[in-house]
Design a protein around this ligand. Structure first.
Ligand SMILES: [Zn+2]
Ligand SMILES: [Zn+2]
Length: 306
């Protein structure tokens, strides 16, 4: 089982020769997910060996072009390759219309079903997808236009079957689901398989919070405090000396991202969405680490295990 994120693009509004607009590839156990799809995301997936045909969910934070311009091309490629399995896009209102214009004027007839799920307008955390192993919720950020953050949370039982006692106690397969729920199981012959004997504590569930394109929101950090954030991605478009610029453009600085990580009690911070004015990113990293030492740069091609 794995939970990991690969950075495909980490530049703010304009690309540079070494950085692409925002996109991330997220693996949540058996789920393959794309987070934002800036221009060039397809090329980046090819470059880093991402199996782009296995992705079936795409989450778009907002409708600034640096976060979705790669999407029409990517969806068209899937169709050209004859994809049949449906794709789900979770995006702000307007995404469907934008894609429709591309497909209509380009006479593109998708070979698969494209489901567009409009993100809810409510400010609070709202669950927008869940299955037996994953829960995804969205929440409002504050940017120049409506923008959402996403929280990906692993769902797992606190109990794990103890492999060492399966054979020894001849635990029937039927008992597994009860034991994982923390319930004892008694078979037809009255034999008891207790949680205490048959299970061991599972590793804690992990989570990933994705926060891009926003002004600094300390109240949101407080709200995340009790949600056990294993890895936090927070935009850090500017260094601290350009705080006025961050406020003016509804973005955040390195120190604000680091303070957000502190307040939200995240275990680790990834900063990204860097302004094209920075060639060398070491200053941004040093500044963030001065407040929150467990900070890393979201550099393209890097994979972070959550
Ligand atoms: Zn952006
Ligand atoms: Zn933006």
């Amino acid at each position: 089982m794995s939970f990991e994120v690969t950075i495909l693009g980490t530049s703010s509004a304009t690309p540079t020769l070494s950085r692409h607009p925002t996109s991330q590839y997220l693996v949540c156990n058996n789920q393959r997910i794309l987070l934002d799809c800036g221009e060039g995301a397809q090329m980046q997936m090819l470059r880093y060996g991402i199996k782009m045909f296995r992705i079936d969910k795409i989450f778009i934070s907002h409708l600034h072009p640096d976060h979705y311009l790669g999407l029409p091309g990517y969806l068209s490629t899937l169709s050209l390759k004859g994809r049949i399995e449906p794709i789900h896009v979770y995006a702000p209102a307007g995404m469907g219309e934008i894609l429709d214009v591309h497909f209509r004027h380009g006479a593109i007839h998708l070979t698969y079903d494209l489901h567009i799920h409009e993100l809810p307008s409510s400010e609070n955390f709202e669950v927008i997808y869940q299955d037996s192993g994953l829960e995804v919720s969205c929440f409002a950020l504050e940017h120049r236009l409506p923008c959402w953050g996403f929280l990906f949370k692993e769902k797992k039982s606190p109990f794990k079957i103890n492999e060492d006692v399966i054979a020894e106690k001849k635990i029937p397969v039927k008992a597994f689901s009860y034991l994982k729920k923390g319930e004892d199981f008694i078979d037809d012959n009255g034999i008891l398989y207790s949680v205490e004997e048959c299970t061991i504590p599972n590793l804690p569930a992990v989570s990933y919070a994705y926060i891009t394109d926003t002004i600094y929101l300390p109240a949101l950090a407080e709200n995340l405090r009790n949600r056990d954030i294993t890895l936090l991605y927070h935009e850090a478009t500017f260094m601290e000396d350009l705080r006025h610029k961050a406020i003016e453009t509804y973005h955040s600085t390195t120190l604000q991202a680091a303070n957000f990580a502190l307040k939200s009690n995240a275990k680790k911070l990834l900063i990204g969405h860097f302004s094209s004015r920075y060639n060398d990113l070491s200053g941004l990293l040093a500044e963030a680490r001065s407040v929150f030492p467990f900070t890393e740069l979201a550099e393209e091609g890097n994979t972070f295990t959550i």
